[in-house]
Design a protein around this ligand. Structure first.
Ligand code: GLN
Length: 489
């Protein structure tokens, strides 16, 4: 065994070392599995661990190398997968009782692409049930803890994926983002999280929450790694009808020169920030100005209605998407005296309270007599938001805001649904517009907890988005360190 510190390496470094034969994929995976053994008991980021499979996968990569075969861009790189993506032969639960025991007969396109590039799946990560939530406390199984401060939530709904990267269980992870579920946990755990342009990444094999908003994207500890992963997973897939033809993202060495770039600070996202987050945003603005960017405030007026529109559109789509979980086709079944009672008992016992709330909200918004006033109106607001973003992008190359209004909060801190929903006020508008947006760790706030800055771009603006994020990353004077390594605390 070499004495290299594999768990601190980037995906780019791991893949380069495995390809050149400097070290083996088995060494890399073993080091990450050891880290999981040491700290997963505290963090609880995984619903299902895949240690044995991962070692087999690593051996296969090493054998391919010894046969002189070409290895992919992610050769030997461990990856953690949100447990709402199907993996053939591995239980896939959406952290819901209703899917407990379901073993998919097929694999999500994103996972196939990662594995074809040599990445090694090491586990399925915990989430808020069916990706509904912002803290991972809605998981039907257990809560995940934030590795930076184990008394705090990791954010959600992709909390397990964000935590696994922050905990050095894997250099990269995959999540899904419907209203902020990649960016908000990335911000709270001090890692990079990217929601790509709608349609850029195939959702085949992603268990749908709200199909017009859902998008899969990467977590990483650097902007460069996130860009590489997006390259691997993006591109057309005939098995997802919303996947865009002839569009993919291609990773380049990121030039982070922002001189002359026009950066808008979204006015509507300045309200309600805690003072540490507000300070961090101001520091980010100063840093971009010092690097020669032109930073000005810009209004995206309809963005302030984003949360309201989202909580009609997302539940409406969820109520329809989740109708398939009826105890007949998947997972758990609670037998009743007839078909209707079987449905009622299965769904009554299989879904948790937040999922039931969304199904009821959504069914109501779609019902006769309310459809136009609620769902229809929300769709109009959605169009206004997209138009207001377009106007802003006439004058600005990218927009920025805080990712989350606060740092990671304590468990049980948000007892009413609305205060939890507010966690996503800055992230939701990009989903409604279909635009890319990402969170990059930038500063330490209250208690040294991580604060992320959100960089937003117009559709297919991933290149300029990564450029600005990379400039912020270089200017940041902050690194999120797991609690167990943080001797200064
Ligand atoms: N927190 C938001 C919600 O609960 C967003 C979730 C997501 O992006 N999957 O709906």
């Amino acid at each position: 065994m070499s004495d290299l510190n594999f768990i601190e390496m980037s995906a780019v470094e791991i893949a380069a070392g495995v390809r050149s034969g400097e070290f083996s994929a088995v060494e890399v995976v073993t080091a990450h599995l050891d880290q999981i053994d040491k700290h997963e008991g505290d963090v609880r980021s995984f619903v299902t661990q895949m240690g044995e499979r991962a070692l087999d996968g690593a051996k296969a990569v090493d054998e391919r190398r010894s046969r002189g075969e070409e290895l992919g861009a992610l050769a030997g790189v461990p990856v953690a997968l949100k447990d709402n993506m199907a993996y053939r032969g591995v239980e896939t639960t959406c952290s819901s009782k209703i899917l407990k025991g379901w073993i998919p007969p097929y694999t999500a396109t994103v996972i196939e692409r990662l594995e074809a590039a040599g990445a090694i799946a090491i586990g399925k990560t915990n989430l808020d049930e069916f990706a509904m939530g912002s803290s991972t406390e809605n998981s039907a199984f257990f809560s995940t803890r934030n590795p930076i401060d184990l008394n705090r939530v990791p954010g959600g709904s992709s909390g397990g994926s964000a935590a696994s990267v922050a905990a050095r269980f894997a250099p990269i992870a995959i999540g899904s983002d419907t209203g902020g579920s990649i960016r908000q946990p990335a911000s709270l755990c001090g890692v990079v999280g990217v929601k790509p342009t709608y349609g850029l990444v195939s959702r085949y094999g992603l268990i749908a929450f709200a199909s017009s908003l859902d998008q899969i994207g990467p977590f990483a500890r650097s902007v460069d790694d996130a860009s590489l992963v997006l390259d691997v997973i993006s591109g057309h897939d005939g098995r997802d009808s919303t996947s865009l033809a002839e569009r993919s993202y291609s990773h380049q060495p990121i030039d982070n020169d922002v001189k002359g770039l026009r950066v808008g600070v979204i006015t509507e996202m300045l309200d309600g920030l805690s003072s540490d987050v507000e300070n961090a945003l101001n520091l980010a603005i100063d840093a971009l100005r010092a690097l020669g960017a032109q930073v000005e405030e810009v209004s995206v007026p309809a963005a302030k209605f984003g949360l309201t529109a989202y909580y009609l559109i997302a539940p409406a789509e969820a109520s329809s998407n989740l109708a398939r979980f009826d105890g007949v086709r998947y997972g758990v079944r609670v037998e009743g005296k007839d078909m209707n009672e079987t449905y009622e008992l299965t769904r009554g016992q299989g879904f948790g309270p937040e999922v039931k709330r969304r199904i009821m909200l959504g069914t109501y918004a779609l019902s006769a007599g309310y459809y136009d006033a609620l769902y229809g109106k929300a769709q109009k607001v959605r169009t206004l938001i997209a138009n207001d973003f377009d106007n802003a992008y006439d004058r600005f190359d990218v927009l920025i805001s805080a990712t989350s209004p606060t740092v990671a909060f304590e468990f049980n801190a948000k007892s009413d649904p609305l205060s939890m929903y507010m966690s996503d006020v800055c992230t939701i508008p990009s989903n409604l517009a279909g635009h890319p947006a990402m969170s990059v760790p930038f500063a330490g706030g209250e208690g040294g907890l991580p604060i992320g800055i959100q960089v937003l771009a117009p559709s297919f603006g991933e290149g300029v988005m990564f450029k600005v994020a990379s400039a912020l990353e270089a200017a940041a004077n902050y690194k999120a360190i797991p609690e167990w390594d943080n001797k200064g605390k």
